[in-house]
Ligand binder design. Structure first.
Ligand code: ATP
Ligand code: MG
Length: 441
């Protein structure tokens, strides 16, 4: 059962009981743009109590705000009573809400293209805010007076930039000016809510423009202010003809595929984040250097991602990518065992892509990338790290007591195995005896 069918069924049952029930917001917008809506929201004249009676077992998530989650055929549908929001005192949420009518409900929504309703049965669009014209013109415009609307709820500042990025819309000039004027209000919003919007922006195919909008509006000051130092951080022109670190990073974001993972997008954004604080000028060589920017970048990336409350699994993927990005320059010099271990990293596919766009946006070198593609092919018939031929048990059987030396010996055997010089257990045991003979004497 599709989400649309489930939502239509919910609306039909509300209508049958004598209520008005319309599709509202994002699902109407995305439907008109020919995109599959992520989820369906139903707006209704029924009160939360009436919705709960019609759909027993529903979740009263925000009954205070008139929102009930109805489960229909395994799909969650948000059913919200038409409402008018009361005054906003904290710049985040209304003090009170009052149940009202469709035109008033449209007025409390954020942007005109998000303020459309649709009759689920007839398909008719109900537009109280000029959303259809803006959708056609690909314009993002606040409903009502932009300054007031951003003053009520500062998350809308970031939502504006996110929608402009994801939808590829221009922000209407008065709305844009209000975003710039209110940018510092974003400080009132929790890191978790900022993170969720930021993640949608940075993974969108238009992410380069998204970053530029964050920088130009000033919103970046409350998300990743460290990015501002990349602007004007110049680099050796022989390696970076494209310009400063900000331009380099922006081009990389643009070069990534449309389906790049969140971890990869964040790693690209942060890979050179420590170039400004590590920048030195080498007099003797007459060139700029960024010694240790990879290691310091990993520390900074972790700090930034923790501040934004990213989950550990994201941090644990991004930080090593930043830490290791310079090692790609050495892959052709690595011995087979070292290279296989390098390629066995859980993030290797994303790292390879980061390396591709790192070179593509600067010197244009492709030799390390192509070398790795060839090696990946060459190694593809077997696991990069095969099952071990010997283990701690063998050492114990030889009369040794477990200790730090075990790892060293077993790693030495693994190295020979990865190099292809040892392929069977007999040979592995022989090498182990050889390695341990000194310790026994
Ligand atoms: P998507 O789900 O694709 O991110 P959406 O438009 O559905 O986009 P939601 O956050 O799901 O966005 O919100 C649903 C609708 O609720 C919006 O279309 C908008 O009409 C309204 N809305 C959401 N957040 C706000 C807000 N902070 N201020 C005013 N209206 C809002
Ligand atoms: Mg939605």
């Amino acid at each position: 059962m599709s989400a649309r069918t489930a939502a239509t069924e919910v609306a039909r049952r509300l209508a049958e009981a004598g209520h008005t029930a319309l599709f509202a917001g994002g699902c109407v917008r995305d439907g008109l743009l020919g995109k599959e809506p992520k989820d369906y929201d139903v707006a209704t004249s029924a009160t939360p109590a009436q919705v709960l009676r019609l759909f027993p077992g529903s979740n009263e998530v925000g009954a205070h705000f008139g929102v009930v989650i109805v489960k229909q055929d395994g799909v969650h549908i948000e059913v919200a009573t038409f409402r008018t929001d009361g005054s906003y005192k904290d710049g985040r949420r209304p003090e009170t809400v009052e149940f009202s009518t469709p035109p008033e409900d449209a007025q409390r929504r954020d942007f005109t293209v998000n303020g459309l309703f649709q009759n689920p049965v007839s398909g008719e669009i109900i537009d109280y805010v000029g959303g259809l014209a803006d959708l056609k013109a690909r314009t993002l415009r606040a409903i009502g007076t932009p300054g007031d609307r951003f003053g009520e709820d500062a998350l809308r500042l970031l939502r504006a930039v996110r929608f402009a990025t994801v939808l590829g819309f221009e922000i209407e000039p008065i709305t844009w000016q209000a975003i710039r004027d209110h940018a510092d209000d974003l400080a009132k919003i929790s890191p978790e809510r900022i993170r969720d919007e930021f993640s949608k922006l940075i993974t969108a195919p238009n992410r380069r423009r998204g970053l530029e909008l964050l920088v130009d509006s000033g919103l970046i000051r409350h998300i990743v202010p460290e990015v501002l130092a990349l602007i004007g951080c110049d680099q050796p022109p022989q390696w970076h003809p494209e310009g400063d670190v900000y331009i380099h990073t922006s081009i990389m974001l643009e070069m990534l595929g449309t389906d790049a993972s969140l971890e990869l997008c964040l790693a690209v954004l942060l890979h050179d984040i420590a170039k400004p604080p590590t920048r030195t000028y080498d007099e003797a060589e007459d060139r700029i250097r960024f010694n240790g920017h990879d290691a310091m970048g990993a520390v900074m990336a972790e700090e930034i991602l923790r501040r934004l409350k990213y989950p550990n699994h994201v941090i644990e993927a991004v930080v090593p990518m930043v830490a290791r990005h310079m090692q790609f320059m050495n892959v052709q010099k690595m011995r087979t065992a070292k290279l296989k271990r390098f390629m066995a990293s859980a993030e290797f596919e994303d790292e390879l892509e980061l390396h591709r766009v790192d070179c593509g946006s600067s010197n244009g070198f492709t030799d390390n990338y192509e070398y790795l593609l060839a090696k990946r092919e060459e190694f593809s018939s077997q696991p990069l790290i095969p099952a071990p031929l010997v283990g701690g048990r063998d050492l114990i059987a030889m009369g040794f007591t477990p200790g730090p030396q075990f790892r060293e010996w077993l790693e030495a055997v693994e190295t020979e195995q990865l190099e292809g010089r040892i392929t069977d257990r007999e040979a592995a045991l022989g090498l182990l005896r050889e390695l341990t003979s000194k310790a026994k004497n």
